[in-house]
Design a protein around this ligand. Structure first.
Ligand SMILES: [Zn+2]
Length: 270
């Protein structure tokens, strides 16, 4: 068996969560990431018949029966992942209709997956229906997106349009826009179901006064999505209190989408 810490996805995961921490998106134990893995990716690294522990998930997700996930641990600090990946990360296989997670590697201090596991797994189900290549769900607390949810109305179309107007990159990176949830109790199946519902129509879901969820085909795509939304929010927070003399007009947003062969969210441009 090869060393699992040398597996390309593991190397990428450790780099990504370290980078998220370095961006200031994941204070203390904030944030969580899950990556859907192929069995073939793991076969050279793990004995897939050797289950370390069976952990109840508290929800059902029959669509994910037998699927493997690399996921961050509950209460774990992203800043520590690079120094002790086997404590802070785990690889699980969902069984029993998603009600049981079989631990195959990691969480070596007896820990388990993130408390936001329901939101992650339900979001994977929702995104896989839209895009079978979707592999990653990423959650974190970028300061400007969070700040924006205190001073901007939470209407999805208005919030999306404001971000699109902050830099030309935004509509190119998220033409599907930004969906929003009001301030809700986190860590529950209810917020998981609500997030998954919102994930059906956009790859970004903002949790007001809390943070952001992003989905992508790989870690780079999910990271870049959040990075771009956060850049838009940063510009908004720099200018919101100043007289606005210029903006990106809808005609330019339409031309940008056309230039990159993208379809802007229906009805979001005047
Ligand atoms: Zn959070």
């Amino acid at each position: 068996m090869k060393d699992i810490l040398t597996a390309p996805i593991m190397v990428e995961m450790i780099r990504t969560v370290t980078n998220m921490y370095n961006h200031g998106w994941d204070e203390r134990n904030g944030g969580n990431v899950s990556v859907l893995l192929d069995e073939a990716e793991l076969r050279d690294y793990l004995d897939l018949d050797r289950v370390l522990r069976a952990i109840p998930t508290g929800f059902s997700a029959p669509e994910l029966e037998g699927r493997y996930f690399l996921v961050t641990g509950t209460g774990k600090y992203f800043k520590n992942v690079q120094y002790a990946p086997e404590v802070n990360l785990g690889i699980v296989r969902l069984m029993d209709g998603g009600r049981t997670a079989e631990l195959l590697w990691g969480f070596s201090d007896g820990g388990k997956f993130t408390s936001e596991f329901p939101a992650h797994m339900m979001s994977h189900v929702a995104r896989l229906k839209v895009n079978p290549a979707n592999r990653v769900i990423m959650h974190c607390h970028p300061s400007n997106i969070l700040a924006m949810t205190y001073v901007h109305i939470l209407d999805e179309k208005a919030f999306t349009r404001t971000l699109w107007q902050m830099c030309t990159e935004c509509i190119v990176v998220f033409p599907d826009g930004v969906n929003m949830l009001p301030c809700m109790l986190c860590g529950t199946n209810e917020i998981g179901e609500a997030t998954a519902e919102k994930m059906k129509t956009a790859r970004i879901v903002v949790w007001a006064q809390h943070g952001i969820y992003g989905a992508g085909a790989d870690l780079d795509e999910a990271f870049g999505l959040i990075e771009t939304a956060e850049k838009g929010a940063e510009i908004y927070m720099k200018i919101a209190h100043l007289p606005r003399l210029n903006t990106i007009p809808d005609d330019m947003l339409r031309q940008l989408a056309k230039r990159f062969g993208l379809t802007a969210r229906e009805g979001y441009l005047d």
